[in-house]
Ligand binder design. Sequence first.
Ligand SMILES: [Zn+2]
Length: 286
Amino acid sequence: MTDTAPSNPPPDAADRRAAKPLICYQVDQLPPSNLALYQQARQGMRKLTEITVAPREGGTFEVPAGSFFRIVSVEGAQVGDLNLWYAHDLRERFFSGKTRQLQATHVSTGDRLWSSLPGLRPMATITHDTLDWYGWDEDGAGVHDVIGTRCDPYTNYMLNGVDYHHCCHSNLTRALAAAADIPLTEAELHVHDVMNVFMCTGFTNDSHQYFMKASPVRPGDYIEFFAEIDLLGALSTCPGGDCGSSHSDDSTPCYPLQVEIFQPGAGALQGWISPPRNGYSGTHGT
Ligand SMILES: [Zn+2]
């Protein structure tokens, strides 16, 4: 990315590079996961409702704590950009960066989606993923990343000099404004970095640049979540379609996505409690 010559390495460069990598957080000390209970509870669940998000649009849905929701591929390969909020306070929202640090760059069954500070608690746990077979391919790519942001009209304008109104950022903004009955300008401030559902991405080996490739998702594939707290969700069907060629335009084939809400059977969650907000005092040393 730079034309300048690199600095001369110090004599002990090899030693400095040989430092051992450490996983940043002691993730084995996180609050225990209830995945086994959820796996049991999903056996007897029944579908309550479903919504379809049209191509190049956004849609919202509510999921009560203790319920499941699925994002389902229908008709054709399509990537979805997911936002989540605590249903009773939009200021608590999905925290892509911390989820990346506590889980991984790409998420699948058993991973939890964490909320923003100061709430910092699990919002949802992934309970099933029909694309979990994909793993890591030869390019180092995986599915369902929490590293990208969302396509947006500002970056597109900067690069192409045109207004395009169906980027995921705008789709999510319009959908949230309608659902929460707030102005677009207010809704836009609540839209945040997404989970890139079904998107296949990685970093190039040589320059470590973020890349995308055609999603392996096919109709019938789905990813399923357990709602740890009352959730308001918004999903955008990315104008990039399967994100195998381009995005932020109207020329790429795009397909709808379906969101299905499920309720577990009576008594299936015995002993489970919705996680409280984070226990830090919030005084910051004052
Ligand atoms: Zn997008």
